[in-house]
Design a protein around this ligand. Structure first.
Ligand code: SF4
Length: 290
């Protein structure tokens, strides 16, 4: 049993200690969905039934035939995310592709709340991409200082503005390869702009939340964002790529926190075998680390 995991078994009455309100709601959500009826879902295996009945299961043991990428398991994860975050979208305030691009660059190593405090005044002061293109990075630094790493971010924003004006006629390109030519823009930022503004599912946003939760849910074993994105693109249906990333990011903010995730409240709990869970009704897999 990994350190820090406090296994608690469900009460025989089926009622969970302290399960009220959102907890009770989430526990109801832990019931298998219609998609799993009559199949060997993670909730219908003998082992899962044994765990739910309160019998001991050895931590770290992986059920024979368990496949974390089984289509039924992926479908169940997606169904529960849809139930939990049906309208998840980008939390960065923006009115154009350019504003979203700037906000996404500023959000690195910062919080969306922090960025949203800065951008209204920033775009009031410099309303267009042409206004940013006329600046030097040093002129922009004081306006974005509170988002952290402001020197690099200033260079990226001003550099991106200059290139958009000089090479793309003042319009943010809706093309991955072109976006990747902009200073400070890697696949994560490009995917945010393409997915959220242009509604193009070219890839999947992989940020710190997506990295952590994809690993906890055994959707990837990689740590490199580019490889994680490829792994996710193989198992998540393309029509879900944009929404899935938003849902996972919200899940990372609300429940699946980096430290001490709120597993007792998590509707994905019965599908999750992460070693650092804080509450579990299923066996944990000691090699599954965030
Ligand atoms: S059960 Fe815990 S670790 Fe697993 S997805 Fe939910 S909050 Fe995250």
């Amino acid at each position: 049993m990994p350190r820090g995991v406090i296994p608690r078994q469900p009460a025989k009455t089926g009622r969970h200690e302290g399960a009220r309100g959102s907890q009770a709601k989430s526990l109801r959500a832990n019931q298998p969905s219609a998609q799993f009826k009559g199949t060997e879902s993670p909730l219908h295996t003998p082992k899962a039934r044994a765990v739910q009945a309160g019998q001991k299961v050895k931590a770290g043991r992986i059920s024979k035939g368990y496949n974390p990428l089984a289509p039924e398991r992926i479908a169940e994860i997606l169904a529960r995310l849809d139930q939990l975050y049906p309208d998840a979208t980008c939390a960065l305030t923006h009115r154009s592709a350019w504003e979203l691009l700037v906000a996404t660059i500023l959000s690195a190593q910062s919080t969306d709340v922090n960025v949203n405090r800065v951008t209204p005044e920033l775009f009031r002061k410099y309303p267009t991409v042409q206004d940013f293109a006329k600046l030097t990075p040093e002129q922009l630094e004081p306006d974005i200082r509170s988002t952290g790493f402001f020197r690099n971010k200033s260079k990226s924003v001003v550099g991106a503005a200059k290139k958009i004006v000089s090479d793309f006629g003042g319009e943010v390109p809706d093309d991955m390869d072109k976006l990747l030519t902009l200073p400070g823009v890697a696949r994560k930022t490009a995917n945010v702009v393409l997915g959220t503004w242009f509604k193009q599912a070219v890839g999947i946003v992989v940020d710190t939340h997506v990295t952590r939760i994809a690993r906890r849910l055994e959707l990837t074993e990689n740590t490199d964002p580019a490889k994680i994105e490829q792994d996710l693109m193989r198992v998540i249906p393309r029509e879900k790529w944009i929404l899935f990333a938003h849902q996972i990011i919200w899940h990372g903010r609300k429940l699946c926190l980096a430290r001490r995730p709120k597993c007792v409240d998590c509707p994905l709990e019965a599908l999750c075998h992460a070693a650092d869970k804080t509450w579990t009704t299923v066996e944990v897999h000691k090699n599954v680390q965030p």
